[in-house]
Design a protein around this ligand. Structure first.
Ligand SMILES: NC(=O)c1ccc[n+]([C@@H]2O[C@H](COP(=O)([O-])OP(=O)(O)OC[C@H]3O[C@@H](n4cnc5c(N)ncnc54)[C@H](O)[C@@H]3O)[C@@H](O)[C@H]2O)c1
Length: 384
């Protein structure tokens, strides 16, 4: 039984009834691991029909659909065949990083809305072409950054926007795992021809989004970057698959010093593997206060513990603890899908727009270029 105080609570979100609405026809491109979370979430939406799925690996899309009871879903062995044969409202691009751009651009050119997994792509040229295809098609392109839908992540943005920290001038972000190179399903995350970027693209993009979204995505100007691969290239790292070491062609650690518009410094480091528990908490330093966001063991879409604001009250230096808010990772995946579908249905804006994420991609690209050149580089983001 609820307490008397429950009578003063009210629901802020009214559940929308989609049951009578026209069904949106959805296609899934790439039926690997992350596609499962897309399908689970689409299945929770009564206004959706998953009409088609494609994967380059023969039989993979069919086996995937059988696993999810999608008996009516038509299966293809390439995204081009799927797009040529189906009339769709939207697709989820769940392929490895190297094919995000081609699948997204082809779908947009066919007049289909796209939810593309993170990172947006691999190179800056691809990101610009994706933006161009989005603009020319007039369709929605949203990028799959579900952690920013977490209540604790939203709180970071609220704290910064409230002015509580004053003007932001320095940010440290990143994170990592002591041992966490993602190879449980094979080598698509570690080979250049499929992944293109390692820890940098896989989890670095999340850390960047957490802080850049909070401060309003200022334009990146210059970057001095570093990357290495001391763990992924060791045969003893993979006791069951020592041969993976010879296939490891991406970074397992990256670090960078980035200058952002407005004089803000971003100090960044990310690791799939290291001899350390964490490369540091995220800190956002401002002229009135600073925020410490404890790091997580592994990126799971939330923060690692209660956050703290360090500030002054009437001359005293005090700390304010921000309690952890309830969050559920499954819900984040659902919200990612639902917010995309709502934008498609209502003609709204992309929930995670490319006008922001192109800056995230520009930083990843800048870190890679700078690391390879061995010196600082300028970041150019062409207007589309
Ligand atoms: N948002 C998240 O929390 C999250 C979590 C994991 C992975 N991801 C992202 O999702 C993407 C996929 O990750 P994954 O773990 O599912 O990888 P995966 O390698 O398990 O699956 C990718 C699949 O895409 C298929 N594919 C590639 N190009 C294709 C094309 N042109 N047409 C049809 N199929 C194609 C591959 O054959 C493969 O089966 C990556 O970019 C990754 O960064 C996001």
């Amino acid at each position: 039984m609820g307490s008397n105080l429950d009578r003063f609570k009210f629901d802020t979100e009214e559940a929308r009834d989609y049951s009578g609405e026209k069904k949106l026809k959805i296609g899934i491109i790439g039926t690997g691991w992350i596609a499962e979370s897309h399908v689970d979430s689409y299945k929770r939406c009564p206004d959706v029909e998953i009409v088609a799925a494609a994967d380059l690996v023969p039989g993979k899309a069919k086996a995937f659909c059988e696993k999810f009871g999608l008996t009516e879903t038509r299966c293809y062995e390439s995204h081009t065949d799927l797009l040529a044969n189906e009339e769709l409202d939207a697709v989820s691009v769940c392929t490895y990083n190297r094919t995000h751009a081609v699948c997204t651009i082809d779908a947009l050119k066919k007049g289909v809305h796209v939810l593309c997994e993170k990172p947006m792509c691999v190179t800056m040229d691809e990101a610009v072409e994706m933006r161009r295809a989005e603009k020319e098609s007039g369709k929605i392109l949203s990028i799959g950054f579900q952690p920013r839908l977490d209540e604790n992540m939203k709180m970071i943005k609220k704290i910064v926007s409230s002015g509580e920290l004053g003007d932001i001038y320095y940010i440290q972000t990143g994170g990592g795992r002591r041992r966490g190179i993602p190879t449980p399903f094979g080598t698509t995350f570690i080979e250049d021809k499929t992944a293109g970027l390692g820890a940098l693209g896989d989890i670095g993009c999340y850390s960047l989004d957490m802080v850049l979204n909070a401060i309003g995505y200022p334009r990146p100007l210059t970057v001095s970057g570093y990357k290495s691969a001391f763990f992924g290239t060791r045969p003893d790292y993979y006791p069951k698959h020592p041969e993976y070491a010879g296939k490891f062609e991406v970074d397992d650690f990256a670090a960078a010093f980035i200058r952002l518009e407005g004089g803000i410094i971003l100090d960044f480091r990310i690791a799939w593997a290291m001899n350390l528990d964490t490369p540091g908490d995220t800190i956002i330093m401002g002229t009135k206060g600073s925020l410490r966001i404890p790091s997580t063991e592994c990126w799971n879409g939330t923060v690692g513990g209660p956050m703290k604001i360090y500030h002054e009250v009437c001359g005293a230096q005090v700390e304010t603890e921000i309690p952890i808010l309830d969050s559920n990772t499954d819900d984040l995946f659902y919200k990612k899908i639902r917010s995309f579908l709502d934008a498609v249905r209502d003609g709204g804006k992309a929930p995670v727009p490319t006008e922001q994420i192109i800056y995230n991609q520009a930083i990843l690209d800048g870190i890679r270029r700078s690391a390879e050149a061995g010196h600082e580089v300028t970041i150019e983001v062409p207007e589309v």
